[in-house]
Every structure is written in C-alpha cells, then in structure tokens.
Design a protein around this ligand. Sequence first.
Ligand SMILES: Cc1cc2nc3c(=O)[nH]c(=O)nc-3n(C[C@H](O)[C@H](O)[C@H](O)COP(=O)(O)OP(=O)(O)OC[C@H]3O[C@@H](n4cnc5c(N)ncnc54)[C@H](O)[C@@H]3O)c2cc1C
Length: 408
Amino acid sequence: MSEQAQARAARLREEIQDFCAKTVPKALREKSRRHQVLGKEDYVQWMRLLHQQGWAVAHWPLAYGGQAWSMLERFVFEDELARQGMPWVIPFGVKYVGPVIYTYGSQAQKQRFLPPIVNTDEFWAQGYSEPQAGSDLASLRTTAVRDGDEYVVNGQKVWTTYAHWADWLFCLVRTAVSPSDSVISGEKGRPQNAISFLLIDMKSPGVTVRKIGTMDGFHHVNEVWLEDVRVPAENLIGEEGGGWTYAKFLLQNERTTGSLVGMAWHALDRAQELAATLPDGRGGFLGDSPLVRHRLGEFDLRLLALEQTAYRAVRAMSEATDNGGEASLIKIRGPELHQDIAEACIDLLGHAGMAYDPVSLHSAGLPPLGPDDAGGLIKDHLYNRASTIFGGSSEIQRNIIAKTVCGL
Ligand SMILES: Cc1cc2nc3c(=O)[nH]c(=O)nc-3n(C[C@H](O)[C@H](O)[C@H](O)COP(=O)(O)OP(=O)(O)OC[C@H]3O[C@@H](n4cnc5c(N)ncnc54)[C@H](O)[C@@H]3O)c2cc1C
C-alpha cells in the first residue's frame, strides 16, 4: 500500500475521532455508550449524520456520488467508528443493495432507488434466508411467477433484520419452476440459475411481517410472509435467472471486516476499565488478580493477531490477490473473540451481570445494579451469540477456508 494511501487513511481516522467527539449528538453518544437498543429514528439520524459528513456512500464510485474509497479507507471507516463505540452503519441500503443497483440495475432503477438510499429516506431489508435455506441459500423456495407486467410472489423469508421498519425488501426468488427451465443458457441444471433478484415494496398487499423475539428481549428480526404479492416486472434487477450473480456480488460487500476488529477493541477497552475500577471486596480492584490480568492479556494478543490479519486481508483485497479465505478467517476469529471478551465483561460485573432487565436498560435514572452500561453489556452479550451465525456461520467459513486455502 502506498504511503499516500496510508496517510489518507490515517487522516480519515483522525477525522472520525473528531466527528465522534464533537458532531455526534450527546443523546446518541450516550445511548451508544450504554449499548441501548436504538430505534429507527436513531438510525435514520445516525445515517444522515454520516451522509452530511460525506461518508455514508464514500465507498461508491464518483459517478454515483461516492468518493471511490480504497479498501484501506473502507476498513478504517468501519474500524474506527466501532472502536469509538458508535452505532452500527446500517448496511442494507448503502452497502448491500445500493452497489447492486448501480452495477446491475437499469437507468430507471438507478434514478428511482439510489437517491433515497444515499439520504436514508427509504429503509431496506435483506430477504435472502428462508426456512431450510440459510447456509444452503441456493435451495430457496420463494417463487415469482410472471403474469403480464408483474411477478406474483409466494413464499417465506426468515430472520429478516429490521423488516418491521423497512420500506423495501431486496429479495431472492425462484423464477423458474425447475433449474432446467432457467432462462440462463449454457449452464442448465444448477439450482442457482433459476434465482432472480427482485425489489419488493413492503407496503404491497400480501406482505406480512411477524416478529421473532431474540433472547436479549428486543425486536431485531422477523419472518416475512409473501402471499400473492404482485411486484412490477420493472423491479427485477438485471436478467431473470441472473440473481445468483448479483447475490454473490452483494455477499462480497458483506464480507468487509473493519467493524469486527473495531468492536472487539471497544469491548476490550471496556473490560480493562471494569477490571481497573470494580472493587474486588478485599480493598483492591478485580484487575489486581493475576487470573483476570492473564485473561485480558490473552485477549490483547488475540486481538493484535486479528488486526494484523485484517490488514493483510485489506492489502490482498486492494491488490486483488485475495482468495476468499482471508475474509472467512476474520469472520471466524472476530466474532469468536468479541463473544469471549463480552463474556469476560459479564463475569467482571459479578451480580450486576446476572440482573438483566431489558426495561431498565431504557429507563433513565434507573440503572440496574452496577455501572450504568451493565444492562447494555448483557444485552450485547446475549444478542451477539448470533454473530457466529449471521453473515455466514463459522462452520461455513471453515468450509470456505478448507476449499480456498487448504485445497480440500
Ligand atoms: C440475528 C440474525 C440476523 C439475521 N439477519 C438476516 C437478514 O437480515 N437477512 C437474511 O436474509 N438473513 C438473515 N439472517 C440469517 C442468517 O444468514 C442465517 O441464519 C445463516 O445463514 C445460517 O442459516 P440457518 O439459520 O438456516 O442455519 P442452517 O444453514 O440450517 O445451519 C444450521 C447449523 O448447521 C451448520 N451447517 C449448515 N450447513 C453446513 C455445512 N455444509 N457444513 C458444516 N456445517 C453446516 C451451520 O453452521 C449451523 O451451525 C440472520 C440470522 C440471525 C441469527
């Protein structure tokens, strides 16, 4: 990586630190510090703040209002925001479907959908997974049958994050009854060839969203039922039967790694603070114990190794020499480490780590036992059990590494 690129990335890191300290409103900073669950209005505010800063779509090409950020800048952006404990950069519009639309969409689709994505005027959800079609996505069964100028869609999506807030769903559907009916010629017989990529208005008759409760006690994910939903054919991206190509392109964007490293650093900083400030009941602090110091020291080493691996991956991606194994390695190690650090935080909290009441997490002036972020730390710990599952489970990532790196 050139010195110039590194200097630009270092400047960006400083600008982000400044932005977090001075521009992000105090109320949002406080909610984030306490790891509270943010509402849709919080996220809209957050995404618009990033847009005002010129960062929401800075990774897009210049032609679409971006700044054509390098891989290193993309990494630093996600890493530093997470390190500062800022909210999640909601990826569904700016990072996932936006690039699919400007790469494969028609001119009319670009004009219709890109501006509201840039300013988060419309909220998106990702309709990939189905019952029996998560890791094995190509076996999805939701059908879209052409009827004149429309598709009639029937099926069920599951685990759809923020579908209850979404205006639009980008959705993988089966447009051919059997793989051999696929309109894509030359490669008949693969189930992937019957898949298409459709944009569905969540207000369409026949769309029903049902909450799935997660064990942190909040509402993040949903089932989405699609019953005779009529979707204009103009909402098909690219070619009928070409959806698998667009879906894979999108998944590549899902596999950037900055936030995984930054989140782990942020959690470790908090664990170290807790160890240094929580009394051990013998006149000292929990961090006086060699066992605690050893546990945290080991996280430090694992995190340094993860960070170096992430930088190597960024370099490989910049030089287009990556083989797919790098991102998988980080997707395994990052969430595992984050889960282990979160568990250590709960252990350090002692009794406060057991007294979890989701309601108290949002009641100002009513902190649970212990520090006022205790409830939030437990909430994150419970929700983050999912981080080794979503975005491709750890077992699937191991399979990818076995194939791409070990050649098995
Ligand atoms: C909190 C959360 C949010 C999510 N958000 C979204 C979303 O917004 N949109 C969306 O489309 N999806 C979303 N998902 C779905 C997520 O992508 C899937 O859960 C994931 O791909 C795993 O699929 P599955 O749940 O069907 O599990 P399965 O694929 O049934 O896997 C079950 C178990 O078997 C293992 N396994 C499966 N196949 C293999 C194999 N070949 N070799 C070894 N082990 C294997 C898996 O690792 C796992 O442990 C979300 C999931 C969660 C938990």
